[in-house]
Ligand binder design. Structure first.
Ligand SMILES: [Zn+2]
Length: 373
């Protein structure tokens, strides 16, 4: 029995506009080859006692008598009939790419972003409502000393980011900032900042942070993802990944290999690059905000030690799952400390020295204990 896909293909090609018909062989040479094989098999069956080649089907495109039974992707690409379309796609694509390159703050890395800010904010709002629904039972009141402390630390980080000349201020101003501390002893250590200014900090990460500088390390890293618009950067690459995956599927015919290749060669390195960038931006911003950058190295060391411990118990730390290897991260942080320290010294930090004191002992509970209280 022929598959539904094979039976509908001739109808689809006969009504497809010229431009689509020109593009079709780029992505469906495997399908056409299979169709050719199917037709030839049936003609063999019907004429097994006659000349087996008498009614053999040959796929003719644009009446050029060219047999595509062995056509490859490369044949389709080099076919002069497809060239104009290819040039158009490549030219238009390059122009679109170049005109949508935007510079990240602090690191000054140029990256491709075409997703509008409105979509990013919409996704942030959607995620916020869903996370709020899940965590609302355990959210500390805004007046709770821990909530107020986290809020003050975060406010200093935001204020410092505004003083950085490379930061796009429209990403900060006018947002409805909300800080939620989730006191759930069963939740793993985690923290994140959503597009649109909603911040979640799980109490179990505070034991790893241990002090204000430690909390600032985690918060500034998460805030850096938003300053650099990493959500939009990831979404902007999605169509490219789909195209690569389609191309790989046309070549290999195996879906599993495509996922392995696109994940291993494209998505994971891109994710690690954004994580490293968030580490760098976060470190510079926290230093500007008068938090001691040296503490960041210790925080990631404690995070790595904690991860080793929970992994030994068969669990994994979600917060670190997409992050670079701990050793690499600690090495990077150490390398950047010189620049971070000079920013720290240039900032008017004495004014803040007694601003946040008094509540540090609250954070010394280890994350393996039953929460903060
Ligand atoms: Zn991150």
């Amino acid at each position: 029995m022929l598959s539904p896909f094979i039976t509908t293909l001739p109808r689809a090609t006969s009504t497809t506009p010229i431009i689509s018909r020109s593009l079709l062989p780029l992505f469906s040479s495997k399908v056409l080859r299979f169709k050719h094989y199917q037709r030839r098999s049936s003609s063999y069956k019907q004429n097994r006692y006659q000349n087996p080649y008498q009614n053999q089907y040959t796929y003719k495109r644009f009446n050029n008598n060219h047999d595509h039974s062995n056509s490859t992707i490369w044949d389709s690409i080099t076919d002069p009939a497809n060239r104009k379309v290819l040039y158009f796609i490549l030219g238009g694509g390059s122009l679109f790419y170049v005109t949508h390159l935007k510079e990240a703050p602090v690191s000054r890395r140029r990256r491709f972003i075409w997703i509008p800010r409105s979509i990013e904010l919409m996704l942030g709002e959607y995620s916020y409502e869903s996370i709020l629904e899940e965590t609302k039972q355990n959210i500390l009141s805004q007046r709770h000393p821990v909530s107020r402390k986290v809020e003050r630390i975060f406010a200093k980080i935001v204020e410092a980011a505004q003083r950085d000349p490379t930061v796009d201020k429209t990403l900060i101003k006018g947002l409805d900032w909300k800080i939620h501390v989730v006191d759930d002893p069963n939740a793993p250590p985690n923290a994140f900042v959503l597009p649109g200014g909603k911040v979640f900090v799980f109490s179990s990460i505070l034991g790893i942070c241990q002090n204000d500088d430690g909390i600032a390390t985690v918060l500034s890293h998460e805030f850096a993802h938003q300053l650099a618009r990493h959500t939009s950067e990831s979404l902007s690459k999605a169509p490219f990944y789909i195209m690569v995956s389609m191309l790989l599927y046309a070549i290999t015919g195996v879906q599993g290999i495509n996922n392995l290749l696109t994940d291993g060669l494209l998505k994971m390195p891109a994710s690690r690059q954004m994580e490293t960038e968030a580490d760098y931006i976060g470190l510079m911003v926290m230093s500007r905000a008068c938090f001691n950058p040296s503490e960041s190295v210790k925080v990631w060391q404690r995070m790595a030690a904690y991860e080793k411990k929970v992994m030994g118990q068969g669990a994994s730390l979600e917060f670190l799952s997409t992050h670079p290897a701990s050793e690499r991260r600690i090495q990077n942080m150490t390398n950047w400390l010189g620049k971070a320290n000079s920013l720290y010294e240039q900032s008017d930090c004495h004014a803040y020295s007694s601003y946040l004191g008094g509540l540090q002992d609250v954070f010394f509970n280890p994350p393996s204990s039953s929460g903060l209280f």
